[in-house]
Design a protein around this ligand. Structure first.
Ligand code: FUB
Length: 312
């Protein structure tokens, strides 16, 4: 931490320096911001993402962070064997739910749910996948509970899909089923990913001033590295309208991954880069930037930054 002017402390990026972390997922509960992350192991297996558990950190001022350790892991999920990928947590009716993509034993990817009485775990697996389509699209869940109580779980790479969660948060409306969002260039801009749009993965779904936001990792037409982009809608289920680039691609890693939160009157974009020593596409680090919305709800491109000032 560096001390800065105006009696405000300054916390430099990356937020976590003792290990590699990625896929930041903030959750504000009470006066605390909890940050769930994935964990890139130092030693790689088969020169690929080597990820076995999820971690949690918390702060009350954006400068001093408490490390809650590994709060959920593949060892807690009997039916999964690999790829503890990008999670998101939410609170409802006295319980905390952590949605996590995992690789099924002998199968593709699926979405698991851990349930806990505390935001810092321990989380207990549901015992079976929540979303399971026997394909590789079921990754990167993002969850949001709307004002009318309906909860949405969006997810997917290369297609954005969603389910309507039931009030129990561990099952979904089977009549509606798994809905495929039309992957149009009006919604997600022209890009180099499989759908012909820029949408790649890592959706982050939320609402602000009656406008719904879908922030996501995106590919330009050159399919170089991921940048962050966003789309908006006046309805939780679209149609989505492309909004623009949220963060450019110079992060030193192939991927990027957004997490957005308002905390104590400030708006933050969490993301990851390769900027810790030894960083690269499989050794990433979680960072944060403060930003503001324009009056019409649009967001200008957010520069990567050195860190953020304390809040109270
Ligand atoms: O961290 C593993 C995967 O890479 C995530 O699920 C994606 O969003 C990308 O960050």
């Amino acid at each position: 931490m560096n001390q800065a002017s105006d009696n405000k402390a300054f916390r430099t990026n990356p937020i976590v320096t003792k290990m590699y972390t990625a896929d930041p997922a903030p959750m504000v509960h009470g006066d605390t911001l909890y940050l769930y992350t994935t964990h890139d192991e130092d030693e790689l297996v088969d020169n690929f993402y080597t990820m076995y558990d999820w971690c949690c950190f918390s702060t009350k001022d954006m400068v001093n962070w408490t490390d809650h350790g590994r709060i959920f892991s593949l060892n807690d999920i009997e039916w999964a064997d690999d790829r503890a990928w990008a999670p998101q947590a939410v609170y409802r009716n006295g319980k905390f739910y952590l949605y996590c993509p995992v690789h099924k034993i002998n199968g593709g990817m699926a979405i698991a749910v851990g349930v806990s009485d505390s935001p810092t775990g321990p989380f207990t697996d549901l015992g079976h996948p929540l979303v399971e389509e026997d394909d590789w699209n079921d990754i990167d869940p993002t969850v949001f509970i709307d004002d009318d109580g309906q909860a949405y779980l969006y997810f997917g790479n290369p297609e954005l899909r969603y389910v309507l969660l039931n009030e129990d948060m561990v099952s979904y409306n089977q009549e509606v089923g798994i809905v495929r969002v039309p992957m149009t260039t009006e919604s997600f801009a022209k890009g180099g990913h499989t759908t012909g749009t820029s949408y790649a993965e890592g959706p982050w779904f939320y609402k602000r001033n009656q406008l719904y936001y879908m922030v996501y990792a995106a590919f330009g037409t050159d399919m170089d590295c991921e940048h962050l982009a966003y789309s908006t809608s006046t309805s939780p289920t679209g149609p989505w309208v492309y909004g623009g680039v949220l963060m450019t691609e110079e992060g030193g890693t192939y991927t990027n991954h957004p997490g957005v939160a308002d905390f104590k009157g400030h708006s933050y974009l969490f993301y990851h880069t390769g900027e810790l020593p030894g960083g690269n596409l499989f050794h990433r680090s979680v960072c944060v930037a403060e930003f503001t919305y324009n009056e019409d709800g649009s967001i200008n491109t957010i520069p990567k930054c050195d860190g953020v000032y304390s809040v109270s």
